[in-house]
Design a protein around this ligand. Structure first.
Ligand code: S3P
Length: 183
């Protein structure tokens, strides 16, 4: 990676990725971090580390409410970081205080894709407790429709990654972030 490119990223602050499960927050976020030199942080990974178990176990043993409580604690813990790419769990926007914190912390990008593509992506694994239902397709539809407004309210910009390669999504996020932090 040429040093000049990293140096030109010096003006960047925190970049926060929000969006539905399967929207690519973690994979794209990791690439954005690599390209910008910012630190990569993932709230799901922090919750798992804090609890010493994987998300499906947390949901099964302590329930969603406990998961949301720990997710909030983790967000409070990292709120003072200055140069990170933060990938968040898809339900982080459910709490009003989280929505406010995310907006306070940095530039918030809502990463989205069309529902078919989201469904295709989330069908690849079984690590999302909220989709372990008799009709996961209906669960995606339901959750997506109730959360859309919350993502919209919280985000500074929206990027629809449907049919886009990761590299193009990364380019777009970085370019929008630079505009935001230059303003
Ligand atoms: C959730 C999304 C998951 C994880 C948990 C709950 C949600 O994160 O936080 O399973 O409520 O949408 P991803 O969006 O990274 O899959």
């Amino acid at each position: 990676m040429p040093g000049g490119w990293l140096l030109s990223m010096a003006e960047l602050g925190n970049i926060i990725l929000i969006g539905f499960m399967g929207s690519g927050k973690s994979s794209v976020g990791r690439l954005v971090a690599r390209r910008t030199g910012l630190q990569f942080v993932d709230t799901d990974a922090l919750v798992e580390k804090q609890e010493g178990k994987a998300i499906p176990e947390i949901f099964a043993e302590q329930g969603e409410e406990h998961f949301r409580y720990v997710e909030r604690l983790m967000l409070e813990e990292i709120a003072n970081e200055k140069r990170m790419v933060l990938a968040t769990g898809g339900g982080i926007v459910l709490r009003e205080d989280n929505r406010q914190s995310l907006r306070d912390i940095g530039f918030v990008v809502w990463l989205t894709a069309n529902e078919d593509e989201i469904f295709r992506r989330v069908s690849r694994n079984t690590n999302r407790p909220l989709l372990q239902t008799a009709d996961p397709r209906a669960a995606v539809k339901d959750l997506f429709s109730t959360r859309r407004e919350l993502y919209e309210q919280t985000a500074d910009c929206v990027i629809d990654s449907s049919g886009m390669p990761h590299r193009a999504v990364v380019d777009r996020i970085i370019s929008r972030a630079r505009q935001y932090f230059a303003a």
